[in-house]
Design a protein around this ligand. Structure first.
Ligand code: SF4
Ligand code: SF4
Length: 115
């Protein structure tokens, strides 16, 4: 069975456009939305994302909605489909940000392949 894992040097989920994220309505509080808006730069990337090394600069203290292992439990899709749901989410993010044939997509597919 495939199991989800995050990969290094990605951050595809660190670019926000809440207008495109209807899936988040109902799972984010108004406080969360205000925090996301304050964290989001003009280019859509989180201001805490270091684009040079593709790492979160506040990783240890990142907000709860950035902690996939915890936040995923808020989604019905995760409760129903488990890691397959997370794999689909990451695949969409990576495809949108880096492309279907990107290095990040290859690395991600390899990391979640049947072990
Ligand atoms: S899109 Fe997925 S693999 Fe990439 S940083 Fe986010 S959680 Fe990790
Ligand atoms: S706080 Fe860190 S993990 Fe969360 S979106 Fe920003 S860069 Fe990504």
């Amino acid at each position: 069975m495939k199991s989800w894992s995050c990969i290094e040097n990605c951050g595809a989920c660190c670019r926000f456009d809440l207008a495109d994220r209807e899936d988040l309505s109902g799972v984010l509080s108004s406080k969360d939305i205000a925090l996301i808006n304050s964290m989001t730069g003009n280019d859509g990337w989180c201001k805490n994302f270091n684009k040079s090394n593709r790492k979160c600069m506040i990783y240890e203290s990142r907000p709860h909605f950035c902690r996939v292992n915890e936040f995923s439990k808020e989604f019905k899709g995760y409760l129903k489909r488990g890691d397959k749901f997370l794999i689909d989410c990451c695949t969409q993010h990576i495809s949108f940000i880096y492309g279907r044939k990107s290095k990040q997509m290859k690395t991600f597919k390899k990391s979640v392949s049947n072990k």
